[in-house]
Write a protein that binds this ligand. Structure first.
Ligand code: NAI
Ligand code: MN
Ligand code: ZN
Length: 337
């Protein structure tokens, strides 16, 4: 089989490998579609602190189960599945409170262990979720990015009367916008980004209005409109955003963050406590696959609005470059295997 391997930072090779044999409790998936994510690019460039090399990247993938390991029902062979990349120990404190995504021994498929940019990939059987026929093959790998939005919004508990402000209209911001509108029915969703084309995508994904913050100051625009957001999601993840978000937030607002920057953010206790703001962070997802699959089946979210390109896996280098360099024309890129 062919696998996309990052042998060391900066060195990508399509490697011929022997078919992996599923271990006890695992399934093997014949991969057909896999999504490119920012973290794949980070592993490629050596900017992901968790990655070990060599590594088959890819944590957003869909395919058919073609073989099962010991203890897994052979009836699962042939099943159409998406894979939850979160592999957890099941008995530590976070696991015991339903948060395997921050397990003490967390292993993320495609980061800590080999992933889905490969003709075949193995994963624990319980991480392989059946995809109903109503979700087409070419969109099924989009379940994973929406689980990130499902996870953060579960903390924020949006209601229709909220006014939400979303920073960043990349794949993460767009999934959040779709969930805020399509699932929670949030009345007013405002989106800010520096790229006009991304803001058009935000409108297409249901945003009510947008602010290009390379041209206009978000604080001034909101103040002129008399708007104080009650929910703010930072899906752009620059460390300076938190300070602005706290400033703009309504009293009693909730702020969700998902960034991994190692740079400090400058915030004060007073700015948070005086308005009794709740701050939530969210990493990956905790058992959100079934929920997102249901939302997709019900048409509450529309993954096709994020996908701008499908490209053959053999063109992975070109696909990664396009994804990284051209945020105007490119949003989600899916590789075909
Ligand atoms: P992306 O780079 O495609 O999108 C980010 C968007 O934010 C871009 O459109 C960019 O123009 C915009 N932006 C950048 N700085 C901005 C600013 N100061 N104000 C307004 N907009 C700004 O990235 P993607 O894939 O959407 O991911 C976003 C972030 O989410 C990344 O930092 C990534 O590390 C993080 N992430 C976190 C996850 C988690 O589980 N916590 C999972 C996946 C991604
Ligand atoms: Mn991802
Ligand atoms: Zn654990």
């Amino acid at each position: 089989m062919n696998s996309v391997v990052i042998q060391e930072p900066g060195k990508l090779v399509i490697e011929q490998r022997a078919l992996p044999v599923p271990a006890a409790g695992e399934v093997r998936v014949r991969v057909s579609y896999a999504g490119i994510c920012g973290s794949d690019v980070h592993i490629y460039h050596g900017h992901n602190p968790f990655a070990k090399y060599p590594r088959v990247i890819g944590h957003e993938f869909f395919g058919h189960i073609d073989s099962v390991g010991e203890g897994v029902d052979t009836a699962r062979i042939g099943e159409r599945v998406v894979i939850d990349p979160v592999v957890s120990c099941g008995h530590c404190y976070p696991c015991s409170v339903g948060r395997p995504n921050v397990c003490n021994e967390l292993q993320v498929i495609g980061v800590h262990r080999d992933g889905g940019f490969s003709d075949y990939a193995c994963a624990p059987a319980k991480n392989a979720y059946n995809v109903p026929a109503s979700i087409p093959d070419k969109l099924a790998s989009m379940v994973e990015p929406f689980t990130i939005a499902a996870n953060i919004t579960a903390f924020l508990k949006p209601t229709p009367q909220d006014t939400a402000l979303v920073y960043g209209a990349g794949p993460m911001g767009l999934t959040v916008i779709q969930v805020l509108k399509g699932v929670y029915g949030v009345k007013n969703v405002i989106v800010t980004d520096r790229i006009e084309e991304r803001l058009h995508m935000a409108l297409d994904s249901g945003a009510d209005w947008t602010i290009n913050n390379s041209e206009r100051n978000v604080a001034e625009v909101l103040s002129a409109e008399g708007v104080r957001p009650t929910i703010i999601v930072d899906a752009a993840c620059h460390p300076a955003i938190l300070q602005e978000a706290i400033l703009l937030a309504s009293p009693a607002a909730r702020i969700g963050m998902m960034g991994f920057s190692g740079e400090p953010s400058t915030i004060t206790q007073q700015s948070i406590t005086s308005k009794e703001i709740s701050l939530f962070s969210s990493r990956l997802n905790s058992h959100r696959f079934p929920q997102v699959i249901e939302w997709m089946e019900q048409g509450k979210i529309t993954p096709e609005k994020l996908v701008t390109h499908w490209m053959p896996a053999g063109d992975v280098e070109a696909a990664l470059t396009l994804f990284e360099k051209d945020q105007r024309s490119c949003c989600k890129v899916l590789l075909t295997f």
